[in-house]
Design a protein around this ligand. Structure first.
Ligand code: 3H9
Length: 693
């Protein structure tokens, strides 16, 4: 039963019950319609209250229903809302927790609204590439005024009800017992006979044209790749200038068009993909989690310090271990400096800085880690060093403590074997800066126990990370793919492109940063070290040698003031470098390659399809459990454009047949390792399937 019906005195109370967030799917919409009809039929009922629970009044339309027949089946949300608005008995919304999207639109169709002051009120549809499609663009500006409505609808950001207390949206904003307050309002309304409708209210603004004009200019500049924000403004403009029913038509048409766009599909894929990443096929709710109350971090360098901050921010005490006092002091000073910088920007109070620093226990002694429930090491990437750390941990850590390695390249199974408890070992691959980057690859070893994995996935969420499980392989999901992307970028230089052209093409495609600017930021010496290893381990793998030549000049990137680009002191702008351009051209000549003009299209296809192809290998090998996991790694950690949904989703939108055909075209001259289409890609392409179901 998705709506519970009861009466208290002359008030019918309709309580939404559709966990987790009272999404307004077909069954719930039916439940609402039927309960409303029941209340209208019951002569003893004088007024109606619609409530949710403490978590949510309603999180909005059921997004998982979009693009299914249920979405369009009656009663649709607009039908339900219209029925409440038409009700001959007053209806009051009792809002606690969340009132988002369709949930807020439902409340806007009622005659009165009462909210807990902490309730989150918002129209977040734009974040899914949509606009509020059940009257929100028409009723919300009438209730909160034009400017607040534009800001909230275009940004999609919710605000606490308390912030809107002065608007007409709420009859009452209360500190406790919303339901009782709503019942009181219902009884008063039953006596007054008035049935106020938001649709009848006027939108007052001293300069509609001026305000909408400047909003339009700002939105157009900020949302080049997203059609939804401007459509929101169109619909709001209709709310101001046209009769209500006409405005509703404008809104509905825009909603119907937006829901079909690739951008919206990609954003919804990202929403569900992020949540699906936390679900692991063979781990159900019966797996009990281990308790993590205390964490140990080994290594107070850049990585260890950043990792420590994640736990401190979530209120979890950390024992930070270093081998030398000066390194420990430096690490602590850096953490403090980061917090003080946040305080300067007004993000933290001085007191919060001290609170967080107070959660750190510095130590030089492994015995200090005895009480830790989870220990993460962030020491030098070398098996000998890891072996020493894990042998120590095996000796001191309490039974059941989870032992995690932050390795980005080493074999987690081999590391686990340094201990007598491989079931307690896994990888936690944070990305730098670890206190900022959302992505966390959680590496499941052969022996990793289910409860260890489940505990770390839950903890990742608690510390605000987007966690994706990866199997053990060199580079895990993200870096193994990026290596193929970088290889193609290198070949393009040999064949005729320059770094700035490649970067511009990728940035135009939507990447936050092209591969060469990215290399300069991360440090080109890192890739160099990996390639040197590859030359020995995988001699059949071909690489452009240009990157090595750049490194041989000491041009490691921003940190050395020169890399693929030139830099000026105190200025992170990447200036094209004549030295590098000449080096590239000379190298082509040395290879006997006649440089050719390369189109931006070729650059994008070769780099993105290299990701897609390696992603297909990862899926086939079971390193990634599902295509959406790969997409989430790229969206959360590698600056892949969100509106394209990640590499695998993007390949699906291009059509895998087209991807395969392009790869085969580009393979000419690169026969062998560089462009070997993954068997899974070939199979799916040839049978007309896609990566994401
Ligand atoms: C809309 O309303 C369109 C209308 O204007 C017009 C219609 C005609 N639908 O995020 P969480 C699930 S568009 C279906 O982990 P939190 C979610 O998948 C909608 N499912 O928890 C997850 O499932 P699972 C406008 C939904 O506490 C579970 O709930 N609304 C929906 O961190 C828990 O979610 C939005 O855009 C939904 N609407 O955050 C709100 N919402 O457990 C989108 C959640 O199986 N949702 N689920 O993985 C959110 O922003 C967050 O989920 C929310 C809760 C803040 C609600």
């Amino acid at each position: 039963m998705s709506v519970k019906y009861e009466t208290r005195g002359g008030v019918a109370i309709l309580t939404l019950h559709n966990p987790p967030v009272n999404g307004l799917g077909l069954a719930t919409r039916r439940g609402l319609s039927e309960s409303l009809a029941q209340a209208l039929d019951d002569a003893s009922v004088k007024a109606i209250v619609v409530a949710g629970n403490t978590r949510a009044f309603s999180g909005g339309a059921d997004i998982s229903e979009f693009n299914t027949p249920q979405a369009g089946m009656e009663p649709t949300l607009p039908t339900v809302i219209a029925a409440f608005e038409r009700s001959a008995k007053p209806v009051v919304a009792a809002i606690e927790g969340l009132a988002l999207g369709g949930g807020l639109e439902l409340a806007l169709g009622m005659h009165h609204r009462v909210a807990d002051k902490r309730a989150q009120i918002g129209l977040p549809e734009v974040k899914l590439g949509l606009l509020p499609g059940a009257g929100g663009t028409q009723r919300f500006p009438r209730a909160v005024g034009l400017e607040a409505a534009v800001n909230m609808i275009v940004s999609g950001t919710p605000v606490p009800a308390g912030k809107l207390a002065a608007t007409r949206l709420f009859d009452r904003v209360v500190e406790s017992d919303v339901l009782q307050a709503a019942i009181d309002v219902a009884n008063e309304a039953a006596g007054s006979g008035a049935l106020p409708k938001v649709r009848d209210w006027k939108i007052e603004h001293p300069d509609v044209e001026g305000f909408l004009g400047s909003s339009r200019a700002a939105v157009a500049a900020a949302s080049a790749h997203y059609p939804a924000p401007l459509k929101c403004l169109d619909a709001i403009e209709a709310a101001v200038k046209q009769p209500f029913d006409k405005g509703i038509e404008v809104e509905r048409e825009a909603f119907a068009a937006l829901i079909r766009t690739t951008e919206s599909k990609a954003l919804r894929h990202g929403f569900f993909g992020e949540r699906a990443a936390g679900k692991i096929a063979d781990i159900g709710p019966e797996v009990a989690l281990r308790e993590v109350k205390q964490v140990g971090v080994i290594g107070a360098g850049t990585m260890g310090g950043g990792i420590t901050m994640n736990f401190l921010n979530a209120g979890i005490p950390v024992t930070l271990l270093e081998t030398r006092q000066d390194a420990l002091d430096r690490g602590l000073a850096t953490i403090r400096k980061n917090y003080e910088n946040s305080a300067k920007k007004g993000k933290l109070t001085a007191e919060q800085v001290e609170q967080r620093m107070g959660l750190i226990t510095p130590t030089l002694d492994y015995a200090g880690l005895k009480q830790a429930d989870l220990i993460v090491e962030a020491v030098f990437e070398e098996y000998g060093v890891k072996q020493s750390v894990f042998t120590h941990l095996d000796a001191v850590a309490k039974p059941g403590a989870i032992l995690a390695s932050n390795t980005s390249t080493l074999d987690v199974d081999r590391i686990a074997a340094f201990t007598g408890r491989p079931q307690d070992v896994l990888g936690m691959h944070f990305f730098s800066p670890a206190n900022v980057m959302k992505l966390l690859e959680v590496v499941r070893g052969k022996a990793t126990a289910k409860d260890v994995l489940a505990t770390v996935m839950a903890l990742a969420r608690k510390i605000g990370k987007t966690a994706v499980v990866s199997g053990v392989c060199d580079g895990f999901i993200g870096n193994r793919m990026i290596e193929q992307y970088s290889r193609q970028a290198g070949f393009l230089l040999d064949e005729g492109a320059l770094p700035q052209q490649v970067d511009k093409a990728m940035e135009k495609f939507g990447f936050a940063m092209g591969p060469f600017r990215m290399g300069d930021l991360a440090g080109n010496d890192i890739g160099w070290a990996i390639r040197k290893r590859r030359y020995v381990e995988k001699p059949h793998m071909t690489y452009s040698k240009t990157a090595d030549l750049v490194c041989e000049l000491g041009r490691y990137g921003q940190k050395t003031g020169a890399g693929w680009y030139d830099y000026k002191p105190g200025d992170r702008t990447a200036y094209p470098s004549q030295v590098v351009d000449e080096l590239i051209e000379k190298h082509s000549k040395d290879l006997g390659i006649v440089r050719r003009a390369i189109s931006d299209e070729e650059i994008v296809e070769r780099l993105v399809y290299a990701l897609v192809n390696e992603g297909a290998y990862l899926l086939e090998e079971g390193i990634a459990a599902k295509a959406s996991d790969i997409d989430i790694v790229y969206l959360a950690g590698y600056g892949f454009p969100i509106w394209r949904g990640g590499p695998m989703f993007y390949a699906d939108t291009v059509g895998l047949g087209n991807v395969l055909a392009a790869m085969r075209r580009y393979a000419k001259g690169h026969e062998g390792a560089a462009w070997e289409p993954a068997p899974l890609l070939v199979r799916l392409a040839e049978t007309g399937q896609s990566f994401n179901p």
